[in-house]
Design a protein around this ligand. Sequence first.
Ligand code: AMP
Length: 118
Amino acid sequence: MAEETIFSKIIRKEIPAQILYQDELVTAFRDINPQAPTHILIIPNKLIPTANDVTAEDESTLGRMLTVAAKLAAQEGIAADGYRLMINCNRHGGQEVYHLHMHLLGGRPLGPMLARRE
Ligand code: AMP
């Protein structure tokens, strides 16, 4: 069994977060350390530690994460200008919290996808 993270407590509303959306499959809340004017995390309610751990059973949840992202982008007023959806996996991906999450970032030009190497 995977270890719970702080995100499970946010889902159960045991610790405060700015929850923008919740249904039976996913929860979305504002990132505590925003990297852009809009920075929202969309997560499965079920504990899936990383992108490596998704299975065919999770496909409806993963699809819901994307439709909720599109809905929230429209709600935030960033849909037309555009935004970035990002999932970090494990060490090389820079994952810090081991509960799968999709970042929704926007509200300013975000620049190239990866920092350029010197
Ligand atoms: P990642 O590096 O992809 O694992 O991203 C983890 C994200 O979770 C970071 O952007 C953190 O700022 C965010 N985060 C960590 N703890 C909280 C929290 N309690 N509430 C909201 N966002 C959080």
